[in-house]
Design a binder for this molecule. Sequence first.
Ligand SMILES: Nc1ncnc2c1ncn2[C@@H]1O[C@H](COP(=O)(O)OP(=O)(O)OP(=O)(O)O)[C@@H](O)[C@H]1O
Length: 353
Amino acid sequence: MSLLRPRAAGGESPVSAAMLQVRSARKTFESRGIVGLGRGESIQAVRDVSFDLAEGETMALVGESGCGKTTLARMVVGLETPTSGSITFEGRDLSTLRPAQVRQVRRRIQMVFQDPYASLNPYHTVERIVSEPWRAFPDAVAKADRPARIREILRLVGLDDRFAERFPHQLSGGQRQRVGIARALAVEPRLIVCDEPVASLDVSVQAQIVNLLRDLQDRLGVAYLFITHDLRLVSHIADRVGVMYLGKLVESGATEDIYDRATHPYTQALLGNVPLTHPWREDRPQFVLGGEVPSPADPPSGCGFRTRCWRADQRCADEEPALVDRLGHPSACHYASFDLEHGATTTLPKERT
Ligand SMILES: Nc1ncnc2c1ncn2[C@@H]1O[C@H](COP(=O)(O)OP(=O)(O)OP(=O)(O)O)[C@@H](O)[C@H]1O
């Protein structure tokens, strides 16, 4: 893979240019018999998340499993309704639209899923899979033009005409994900939400799919919301990064800022875990983040990260740090600092309460 993408102008996208605006989005799931939860308890999967995404831009959302990335992504594509807050796409608040209008918006926001095998119908040919979105949006392409259009889309994702008649089980993992991307492209979206799109693929194939996504962005100007737990990928695709922890955005900024000048200890810990072979990792001290992510049914008081943080003190338990500009970009840490010394040289304790 080639090096970092050019930074988006200005780092944080200006509000006026934002195609997607997420404002104080919150999603709470009521327990309803979920194992491990008492009656009346609820899971705060996403807590007051706000960000903008501009036309043609890529924002990566990163964080450990369970931090709310997928729930946030599902709210953006309309598969989940926010408990509170708003999601505005091309100037229209999705929660205020009539069903017919929501459908039109959804045409412009498509999703690519983690597991291409599970998301493709095994009994359908590639041709049928790619044309699937046209059932919901018959006006997207005239019937007579569809066979040619399918082949055009397949070529766009690097598959030649022979693939049209194949079934998913006749394809490799990478080819299947190309079909998943082709299906998303069929209705000419302006935003594609990619939920761990390469997590199930071999490393060499991951690079090819990431390069394909970049190439498509250059050619079509599509924006991506790229969900991943893998920081190695982010530098290859994202203009900006949002780091999530326990349902909250804890740091955000231009990709270089996050990689070179992270100030939140959680981001620093995630970067400390990037394998040594990665170029971003060379001069970075390695350390291991101990402890477990607290339950989203019972997040700690104050800062959600304080139970695993080497900088935490009483203030962090008493006062929740806001995500505000600290040392050049937004960070939700009272003690935001470039200094890695304490965390970098120690392996953190297993539990800290
Ligand atoms: N439909 C649901 N009902 C109840 N809890 C849910 C539901 N969907 C997600 N959750 C919970 O919300 C929290 C956030 O989950 P989410 O899948 O958004 O996180 P994630 O960061 O995408 O994790 P992963 O990478 O493992 O998918 C988790 O505790 C999860 O168990």
